[in-house]
Design a protein around this ligand. Structure first.
Ligand code: 5GP
Ligand code: ZN
Length: 138
């Protein structure tokens, strides 16, 4: 993809702080980290989001997330991890090249990877269960 910053970073055309690389992925430090060690898993091929990335590559991406998180928990060290993946502008996606955020968490770090809890109403429950019948093959 022309003009995709993550394609250029993943290809090594734009320098990045790379903590891991293989044939399919580059894992880089985020330039605007939520916490120390915040990293991004970038596939080398361009896919805009989770609906576009092929299943096989997505499986590799999540297994890589596990590998990096497991390693970094000890190497940093940190107390926990958020694995976050945004799809669409409404969900906070700003770079439209699939990526997985790996955000180390430290007790009391105050990072804002959270949301205000609502309440599951009977109305929402009924509506969503109705709309997901096809998902369950009903
Ligand atoms: P999104 O909001 O799309 O889920 O995440 C995009 C992330 O990419 C943000 O956390 C932002 O800080 C990071 N980012 C944007 N441009 C660059 C860049 O040129 N280099 C690096 N390393 N990170 C970037
Ligand atoms: Zn791209």
């Amino acid at each position: 993809m022309e003009d995709c910053i993550f394609c250029k970073i993943a290809a090594g055309e734009i320098p990045s702080a790379t903590i891991y690389e293989d044939d399919d992925f580059r894992v880089i430090l985020d330039l605007g980290p939520a916490t120390k060690g915040h990293a991004l898993i970038l596939p080398k091929e361009h896919y805009a989001n989770i609906t576009e990335i092929p299943d096989e590559l997505l499986q590799k991406a999540i297994v890589l997330a596990k590998k990096v998180v497991t390693y970094m928990m000890k190497a940093l060290p940190c107390d926990g991890y958020n694995v976050v993946q945004n799809n669409g502008e409404a969900a906070g996606q700003t770079v439209f090249h699939f990526h997985i955020h790996l955000i180390p968490r430290y007790k009391g770090d105050g990072a804002g990877v959270t949301w205000q809890q609502g309440k599951l109403t009977d109305e929402w429950k009924a509506e969503i269960l109705e709309k997901t019948k096809g998902l369950r093959g009903e």
